[in-house]
Design a protein around this ligand. Sequence first.
Ligand code: UDX
Ligand code: UDX
Length: 464
Amino acid sequence: MSKISNICCIGAGYVGGPTMAVIALKCPDIKVTVVDINQDRINAWNEDNLDNLPVYEPGLNDVIKKARGRNLFFSTNVDKAIDEAEIIFIAVNTPTKTYGEGKGQAADLKYVELCARQIAKVAKSDKIVVEKSTLPVRTAEAVQTILETSSNSVHFEVLSNPEFLAEGTAIQDLFKSDRVLIGGEQTQKGKEAIEKLVAIYANWISKEKIYTTNIWSSELSKLVANAFLAQRISSINSISALCEATEANVNEVATAIGMDSRIGSKFLKSSVGFGGSCFQKDILNLVYIAKSLGLDEVSEYWLQVIKINNYQKERFAKKIMKSLYGTVSGKKITLLGWAFKKDTNDTRESAAIYIADLLIENGADIFVYDPKVNKHQMLSDLDYLNSRSSAENKNSLTYCDEPYIACQDSHAIAVITEWDEFKSFDWERIYQSMMKPEKVFDGRNILDVKSLEKIGFEVYSIGK
Ligand code: UDX
Ligand code: UDX
C-alpha cells in the first residue's frame, strides 16, 4: 500500500486548524495544506505574531511554531490544494438551518455540498474524501453521489472521521485521544482507504484506540456522543433547580452519584447551561432525523435535553431579576465571561448571549468582561439573535477590558464563564465598589462562596 504524502483540509476553523496542525506535527513526511475561502482567516493563520492566530487554544502556538512552513501550510488556493492532495478532509461549518424545510433543527449542508462539487470539478486523480465536520447520518451517501456524478473517471472513497476534541483542551485531546473513529465502506477499496487513514493516526495514537466501523455507525456515533454528554449536563442542571428549592447541594449530589463507577464523575458539573458549536446543533440534528424517520418518542426524548438547557439559562436570568426586586430596568449588571467555556475565544451558543439578551429586554445595562472575547464579537452575537436593532444592542452592552471597571457601581455580577482568573480577583475591592446590597450570581460554582459571604456579598450559586 502506497504511503500518503499530501493531504489537505477545507475549513480552517476551530476543528480544521488545530487538527491539521497536530497531524502535521506528528507526521513530518506528510505535506498538510489547510485551505479556507476566508482570506482574513488564512492571513491570521499565517501571522508572524502567534498571539494573533484566529483560534485561541492552549498549546496551539507551539505546534504552529514547529510545523508551519515545514510541512504545514495555510492558503486560500482551494483548487491547488485539492488537486495535489491524496486525502481531502472536509471541516467546514454545518450550522443549523435558519430557513426552509427543517428550519431550526436540521443541519445546513450547503457548505459540505459545495466542497464536494468543487472536489469533483478539480480532481484529476483518485481521492479519499474524509468527513470531519459533524454531519447527519447518511451524509456520506450524498457526498459520494455528488462526487461520482459530477466528475469523470476519478474514483472517490468517502470516509467518516468525526472529531471529538473539546475546545480549550483541543491540543491535548488530539495528542491523547480516547479514540479515533474511522468509518468507511466495507468494500475492498473502502477498507484500503480506511487503512491509509489509520496509518496516519498510528504515528502517535496506539492501534487499540483506533476504532473502524461502517460509515453510518461512525456518523451516528458523533451525534450520539455529543447527545450523551449534553444529556448528563441537562440531567444535573434539572437537579440543580430541585436543590435550590430544598436543602440539598448540587455539588454534593454530583459528587455522591459520580462516585458510582457505573455513573462516573465527569460532565456532572451544573452550570448556567451548556454552549458551544456542537451540543445543541447535534442534538437538534438527532431530533430531526428521528422525527423524519417517524420515531416521535425518540425525537421527544432528546429534545428534552435542549428544553432543560433553555430552561436553565432563563431560570438564571430570572433569578437575577427577582433578586433585584423584580426589575433590572436602568440597572448595571456585570457579566464576567462571554465565551462558552474557559480557555477559548469561541462564543457560539454561549449562555452569556441569551442571558444578556433577556436582561437587556428587561431594560438592563450590561457590562461585560472576558479575557479573550472582543467587543465586536459580543455585539455580533447579540445582533445574530435578532431581538432588536444593532444600534439598540450597542447602547445596552458595554465592553470592558478591565474587570474592576466592569464591576464598579454594578447592581449584580453574574459569572458566566469559569475563567480561572475570576477566582483570584480582589473581591474585597469589587465589593467596595458595587451598589448596595452587593450580589453575585455564580453560574459555574467556581467562587469561594464562604469567603465572599464573609465579605458581605449575597451569593447565589447554581444549585445552592
Ligand atoms: C465546523 C462545524 O461547525 C462542526 O460541525 C464540525 O464538527 C467541524 O467543522 P468549526 O471548525 O468550529 O466546526 O467551524 P468554523 O470555525 O466555523 O470553521 C469552518 C471554516 O470553514 C470557516 O473558516 C469557513 O470560512 C470555512 N469554509 C466554509 C470554507 O472554507 N468553505 C466553505 O464553503 C464554507
Ligand atoms: C464538545 C465535546 O466535548 C467534544 O467531544 C465534541 O467534539 C465537540 O463538542 P466542546 O463543545 O468544545 O466539546 O466543549 P465541552 O467541554 O464539551 O463543553 C460544552 C459545554 O458544556 C460548555 O458550555 C461547558 O461549560 C458545558 N459543561 C461541560 C457543563 O456545563 N458542565 C459539565 O460538566 C461539562
